[in-house]
Design a binder for this molecule. Structure first.
Ligand code: NI
Length: 220
C-alpha cells in the first residue's frame, strides 16, 4: 500500500487531465482574450486623451481655440466675441455622460469657488460634443444643476465639429444598448481662455480643484 498509494492519485490525475485541462485551458484563454480586449479598449481611450494632452502641452505655440458660432442654454446665438473681456474655463462634454463630465465640471466649479472674490472673473463653460441630444433646453436643465453661472453651449453638428477642431478636441460616438443611449468618447481637458479670447493653458482631468485653483490664481 505504501509503495502503490503515491501512484494512485497521479494516475487519477493523468486520466482526468485530458478531460479537464482543455476545458480549463479554453476558459482561461477566453478570460485572457476578454481581459486583453478590455485593456485594449481602455488603453485606446486613455491614449486618445493622452494624445490630445501631449499635443496641447508639447506644442505650446500651436494655436488652440478660436472663433466659434454656437447657441447657449437660453437659445441665444453666441460667438467668441460674446465673452470678450472674461476669463473662460472651457470644458467639452455632454449631458448624457455618466461620470467623466460630471466629475470634470464639479472640479472646475469647485476650483472657481476656491478663488473667493476672484471667482467672478471666470465664466465656466460646457461645450457639448453631443449636439444631436444636447438641445439648449437640455443644457439649461443640466448646467443649473452645477452652477448658476455655468454656460452651456451647443450648435449644429458642423458648428460643434468646427469648435472642437479649433480646440483640438477629439470626440467619437460609442454605441449603446439602443440607438438613443450611445455615449460619446471625448478628450477631457479643460481650457483656460484669457479676456483677449486667447488660449492660456489647459488643465488635465486628473488635477484636483485645489491644483486648478492655485494655477488660476497665478493667472488672474
Ligand atoms: Ni464625458
Amino acid at each position: 500500500m505504501s509503495s502503490k498509494s503515491p501512484d494512485r492519485p497521479k494516475k487519477a490525475e493523468v486520466t482526468r487531465r485530458p478531460h479537464r485541462l482543455p476545458g480549463a485551458a479554453i476558459s482561461l484563454a477566453l478570460v485572457v482574450l476578454i481581459a486583453v480586449g478590455v485593456l485594449a479598449v481602455r488603453q485606446y481611450g486613455g491614449m486618445s486623451t493622452g494624445i490630445a494632452a501631449e499635443t496641447a502641452g508639447r506644442e505650446s505655440t500651436m494655436k488652440i481655440g478660436g472663433p466659434f458660432t454656437l447657441v447657449d442654454q437660453d437659445g441665444q446665438a453666441v460667438t467668441e466675441a460674446t465673452f470678450e473681456g472674461r476669463w473662460l474655463l472651457v470644458y467639452f462634454g455632454f449631458t448624457f455622460c455618466p461620470d467623466v463630465c460630471p466629475t470634470a465640471l464639479t472640479r472646475n466649479i469647485s476650483a472657481i469657488d476656491l478663488l473667493g472674490e476672484q471667482a467672478e472673473k471666470i465664466t465656466p463653460v460646457l461645450i457639448s460634443v453631443d449636439p444631436q441630444r444636447d438641445s439648449p433646453e437640455k443644457l439649461k436643465d443640466y448646467v443649473r444643476f452645477f452652477h448658476p453661472r455655468l454656460v452651456g453651449l451647443t450648435g449644429t453638428p458642423q458648428q460643434i465639429a468646427s469648435v472642437a477642431k479649433e480646440y483640438r478636441v477629439f470626440y467619437v460616438k460609442s454605441p449603446g444598448d439602443t440607438p438613443e443611449t450611445y455615449l460619446v468618447d471625448h478628450s477631457s481637458l479643460t481650457y483656460l481662455i484669457g479676456p483677449d479670447g486667447k488660449f492660456v493653458e489647459f488643465f488635465s482631468h486628473g488635477l484636483s480643484a485645489e491644483e486648478v485653483a492655485n494655477r488660476l490664481k497665478q493667472r488672474l
